[in-house]
Write a protein that binds this ligand. Structure first.
Ligand SMILES: Cc1cc2nc3c(=O)[nH]c(=O)nc-3n(C[C@H](O)[C@H](O)[C@H](O)COP(=O)(O)OP(=O)(O)OC[C@H]3O[C@@H](n4cnc5c(N)ncnc54)[C@H](O)[C@@H]3O)c2cc1C
Ligand code: SF4
Ligand code: SF4
Length: 433
């Protein structure tokens, strides 16, 4: 590992380049502050860049997020380090945070790559594409997704067989197998934690059969099937490529469930499932969609109307607790559930099941802050220590929190939270000047 001592100074270090990190970074950059956004993924954009449309307006997610991503990339006050992670932050004093950041090699020279994808054509290795949530494959050298920023290839060195085909075809001479991990050291006057959330892993609920039954998918996999750049150009059952016509949603998969250790509501699953059901009705007009729920949480502005709109379109809402899912010979799924209204156990057959997976805290390394404790709440989200008056304030003076890093929330709330984080950061910077 080369220890490149590359000391640079910023006003704000933002950890995470999702919608909350971008929004808070842009607010501060537009007020003249120098911002560094560190994103662990190959592209900024967070989860939102992978979504189809957004509830309750059904606006196109990419149309909202892509201009913001480009604005971040072009803003002269913003530096982005993608494929990088903050290893340690040492608060030296008021307004002085030393951070060391690990910048992983892409094995592609960022400034040289034109994004032509010729390397992808010739690479012989195909592995699951994590950006399509494993629905299709990708090559060992790949551009993460079409609207990625930076739109630059990267080599997945673990799967690469070093055949050199990409190097030969690249007319920009951008492939560089000699790249090494770099440590970038910077100082910042303040920090915003915008590291977002993780999705619940549904293999933890074995009786739902995820990972075992090919036609049980997650809501993120359905989201990918509904985006304009979708992998199959239609909604299909992954197991046999058949067009489904009787789809079930299982709400609260991994939320409000003490057994899996996540007793809280994920806040977005009811509405994103209601959104997906409406989009499926547009994509597959003959399909039936049934949503099995415990309670529908339609608490936000326009949410109740959105829920009623789905019912009006023919989406069936069944108050039922799913006990078990079994696979039939034809790949269909039999759901055994308790009909909560009637108090009886029933069975229903569907040809595709979507698990509406919940949201979990994306835990930062325990010892990220040297000599300081970043307090977490009991669900491991970053603790807001003055939730009513200063919602972005954390247990470390000068460190603020934005978006789903402090708890499950939807995009409008993440944007408001990022607004609070940027204004509290700006007043901290002004105060300590
Ligand atoms: C299936 C599904 C559908 C949804 N649909 C909608 C919808 O229609 N409307 C709506 O309002 N909301 C929707 N949501 C919720 C939405 O995804 C969140 O509100 C939003 O993504 C929160 O943004 P964020 O920036 O806080 O977090 P994230 O989107 O999680 O972004 C966090 C970023 O930080 C990066 N990161 C994490 N840890 C580190 C680290 N240590 N160092 C550097 N970078 C790091 C991550 O790679 C990521 O890029 C949906 C969620 C799901 C699961
Ligand atoms: S690495 Fe070369 S071949 Fe691959 S996308 Fe970049 S410029 Fe094109
Ligand atoms: S060297 Fe690796 S990334 Fe390049 S074409 Fe061969 S297998 Fe693919």
């Amino acid at each position: 590992m080369s220890q490149e001592k590359n000391q640079k100074q910023y006003d704000v270090l933002v950890i995470g380049g999702g919608i909350a990190g971008q929004e808070s970074g842009l607010n501060l950059a537009n007020s003249g502050y120098k911002v560094l956004i560190v994103e662990k993924d190959l592209s900024i954009g967070g989860k939102m860049i992978h979504l189809s449309k957004v509830f309750p307006t059904l606006d196109c997610a990419a149309c909202i997020t892509t201009p913001k991503v480009s604005e971040c990339a072009r803003n002269p006050n913003i530096t982005i380090l993608s494929n990088s992670e903050v290893l340690e932050i040492d608060k030296k004093g008021e307004n002085e945070f030393d951070a060391s950041i690990e910048k992983r090699p892409r094995y592609v020279i960022e400034d040289a790559c034109t994004g032509c994808q010729e390397c992808e054509e010739v690479c012989p290795i195909v592995v699951d594409d994590e950006y399509q949530w494993d629905l299709v494959g990708r090559k060992a050298v790949y551009i993460p997704f079409s609207i990625a920023n930076p739109r630059v290839a990267a080599i997945d060195i673990e799967n690469c067989i070093l055949c050199g085909a990409c190097e030969k075809v690249c007319s920009a001479d951008a492939i560089d197998f000699t790249q090494e991990m770099e440590i970038v050291n910077i100082t910042a006057k303040s920090v915003i934690v915008a590291s977002g959330y993780n999705l619940f892993d549904p293999t933890q609920i074995e009786r739902y059969g995820y990972g075992k039954f090919g036609n049980v998918i997650t809501s993120m996999q359905m989201e990918r099937q509904l985006v304009p750049t979708r992998p199959y150009n239609s909604v299909l059952r992954p197991k046999d490529g058949k067009m489904p016509d009787n789809i079930a949603y299982v709400l609260c998969t991994g939320s409000r469930d003490e057994v899996v250790g996540n007793p809280i509501c994920s806040q977005v699953c009811c509405m994103y499932s209601t959104k997906q059901a409406q989009l499926i009705m547009g994509a597959l007009p003959m399909a039936d969609v049934t949503i099995y729920y415990l309670h529908i949480r339609a608490f936000g502005k326009g949410f109740e109307e959105f829920y009623q709109q789905a019912k009006g379109m023919g989406v069936e809402f069944v108050k039922g607790k799913i006990g078990r899912i079994a696979e039939l010979e034809n790949g269909n799924l039999k759901l055994r559930y308790e009909d909560i209204h009637e108090g009886v156990v029933k069975e229903a057959e569907h040809d595709l099941v979507v698990l509406s997976v919940g949201i979990l805290a994306n835990q930062l390394p325990r010892d990220l802050f040297k000599n300081n404790n970043l307090d977490l709440d009991k669900f491991s989200y970053v603790k807001q220590i003055d939730e009513l008056s200063n919602p972005a304030k954390t247990s470390i003076d000068g460190v603020f929190v934005a978006g789903a890093a402090s708890g499950p929330m939807d995009i409008p709330d993440s944007i408001s939270s990022a607004g609070a984080a940027s204004s509290e950061t700006a007043s901290y910077l002004r105060r300590s000047k």
